[in-house]
Design a protein around this ligand. Structure first.
Ligand SMILES: [Zn+2]
Length: 609
């Protein structure tokens, strides 16, 4: 279908009611169906596991080997992960991995791997297991794997483990042999060195056996809720007494790329049906502070869900659980583990961030290692947008905060955003690129294409890419379709290089007796469309808009009266606007008065006369 027809259609129909997929032709992805059985001994923190995995090869390639992640092996003092942490110049809490005693390390030992009922040869190299297939896996065929393993739950170093700093007993994250992703770009058998994740979509059936005193928070839906209880049971149901020592919790989840869970004997459980087909769970150790924090999260979630779904697309799972656990905050399908110890001003920002990850990474399952900015930046953008709405411009705004942090720190960071997460030598550089600079990409993109086109693009991204593996290129193509603009120049400039934007008001000079010329200058390496506010002596404003030639389009302004000029060429550093008013009538000229661009020298954006 021609691009212009797509644009007409997408303008005429709401993407929610009219959807046809725009994934690249020939797009494919693998599918997984996990059956995980795990038994926890809470005296020794030992785990016994059995994994049955059906792996569907939807690729055009014949596979002769496959790879699995064994993440827990990272949490040992001599692992690649530990070596990397050791070399970091910052004093990070992750350095406690270097001091773990043998009883505190993480371990995953593989006893046997079978493929289609026959033994398969496997090699374990710390966090990656390579399995030689005993029979090649052909395109459009599937293989079954049966893996027997045992492990030791590490002391919480980051995200998962036992005994976190808030006192939550167990956070089971990245805890089972997890198939590495084979996608359009090949295998992603990246050893775990602390950062981001990636997984194939599919179905999980997980049976968790553990002492009966523990309550569990997990990805998925509890299938035996009326037997287990702990607040999961249907209204009016009294679960039967359990005379045994253990409970077997049976969870199922569809269309997810990971499964995480946490367990604690003191967990309290509240649930709120927030709309048809969606239950929110809140699971935490009650105390004055923690209970207040989770009540605040509950109110925030209930109030904001309609706005979130209208602007970013529908939440497509039957439940979401906010649970206390892990370290800091971390996203999993249908679950976030947040290490809340008190009710402070970080509670809502973290909860908002982790929840928005359900969209960016959860449903739109990008490769977090290769393109962490695509989910961290988008998540940060969406969380700021949700938290900023309804706030007057004078209030603290998360959007402005991301922008100003980007401008303040940009000069010090030597790696571009496009650097894969695992290759950063400084944790702070990764953090800067993932959060403020990643977020600033999306605020500026919205400035370039306009509010309406941006919202259309976000809904389109959700419609086209949910339960799939989009890349940055796919995202920007979606935005190009939604805006009828070319955006690769901004994508390349912001993500792949270290260039900065710096526009300046040079001067205003007479042009005859009754007109004037405003002279603007581009001093930066990353060009942008330019918006200029001219204020006259009588207080009246006049908006001017100069598109950038590279964008091949003009944004739509909701307010009328904007003077749209000829595009400014990226190759030229000065631009003149002619005003039919004398210079003496001008009070001030301001470039980007609303602060939508990460302009490195804001002081030269404004000139008063
Ligand atoms: Zn995040």
């Amino acid at each position: 279908m021609s691009k212009s027809l797509v644009l007409i259609l997408s303008a005429a129909f709401s993407p929610l009611s009219f959807v046809f997929a725009q994934t690249p032709s020939g797009y494919w992805q693998q599918r997984v169906e996990y059956q995980l059985d795990v038994r926890l001994d809470d005296q020794t923190h030992a785990v016994q596991g059995r994994e049955k995995l059906k792996y569907f090869n939807n690729s055009p390639d014949t596979l002769r080997r496959v790879f699995f992640h064994l993440y827990w092996n990272a949490f040992q003092p001599n692992s690649a992960y530990a070596n990397r942490i050791k070399r970091m110049p910052e004093d990070t809490p992750l350095k406690k991995v270097l001091e773990l005693s043998p009883a505190e390390t993480g371990k995953m030992e593989i006893f046997s791997v079978q493929q289609n009922g026959g033994a398969a040869t496997f090699r374990v190299n710390e966090t990656i297991m390579e399995v030689e297939l005993n029979r090649p896996l052909m395109p459009n065929d599937y293989a079954t794997f049966d893996i027997a393993w045992q492990g030791q739950v590490p002391l919480t170093v980051e995200r998962g483990g036992r005994d976190n700093s808030a006192g939550v007993a167990y956070s089971f994250t990245q805890w089972y042999p997890k198939m590495c992703v084979y996608d359009r770009f090949g295998w992603h058998a990246m050893p775990h060195t602390g950062y981001e994740f990636y997984g194939d979509f599919g179905a999980f059936k997980v049976n968790i056996t553990l002492p009966k005193k523990y309550a569990v928070a997990a990805t998925g839906v509890l299938k035996n809720a009326n037997t287990i209880g702990f607040g999961y049971e249907d209204e009016g149901v009294t679960p039967p007494p359990n005379y045994g020592l253990v409970n077997v919790w049976k969870f199922e989840a569809d269309n997810v790329h990971d499964f995480a869970w946490a367990a604690d004997p003191e967990y309290m459980h509240e649930k709120v049906k927030v709309r048809d087909g969606l239950m929110l769970h809140f699971i935490y150790q009650p105390s004055d502070e923690v209970t207040a924090a989770f009540k605040a999260i509950q109110q925030f979630a209930v109030e904001n869900l309609p706005y979130i779904e209208a602007n970013f697309g529908k939440y497509l799972y039957p439940q979401f659980t906010f649970a206390q656990g892990g370290e800091r905050g971390m996203e999993y399908p249908m679950l976030t583990l947040i290490n809340i110890e008190r009710n402070d001003r970080y509670v809502i920002p973290i909860a908002a961030h982790e929840w928005m990850h359900s969209w960016y990474y959860g449903m739109m399952g990008n490769n977090e290692n290769e393109e962490y900015w695509l989910d961290e930046g988008l998540t940060s953008y969406a969380a700021s947008d949700v938290q900023d709405r309804g706030k007057p411009d004078t209030a603290f705004r998360f959007s402005r905060f991301a922008m100003s942090r980007t401008v303040q720190n940009a000069g010090q960071v030597k790696d571009p955003v496009a650097t894969p997460a695992n290759y950063f030598s400084k944790y702070d550089d990764y953090r800067f690129n993932a959060y403020p600079k990643g977020e600033a990409f999306f605020w500026q993109l919205r400035y370039i294409v306009g509010d309406e086109a941006f919202k259309r693009g976000m809904l389109r991204y959700h419609a086209d890419w949910h339960f799939k593996h989009p890349t940055g290129d796919d995202f920007i193509r979606t935005m190009e379709r939604a805006s009828a603009m070319e955006l690769d120049w901004f994508y390349a400039g912001w993500i792949k290089t270290l260039r900065h934007t710096d526009y300046a008001v040079e001067n205003a000079i007479p042009d005859g007796t009754s007109a004037s010329k405003i002279i603007l200058k581009n001093n930066g390496g990353l060009p942008m469309p330019v918006e200029v506010l001219v204020t006259f002596n009588d207080g009246s404003p006049e908006w001017h808009y100069i598109p950038l030639d590279l964008q091949y389009g003009t944004k739509h302004f909701a307010q009328g009266g904007v003077v749209v000029h000829e595009p400014w060429s990226f190759s030229v550093d000065t631009y003149e606007i002619r005003l039919e008013k004398p210079v003496t009538s001008i009070r001030s000229i301001t470039i980007d008065p609303d602060g939508w661009t990460a302009d490195m020298k804001r002081e030269n954006n404004r000139k008063e006369f």
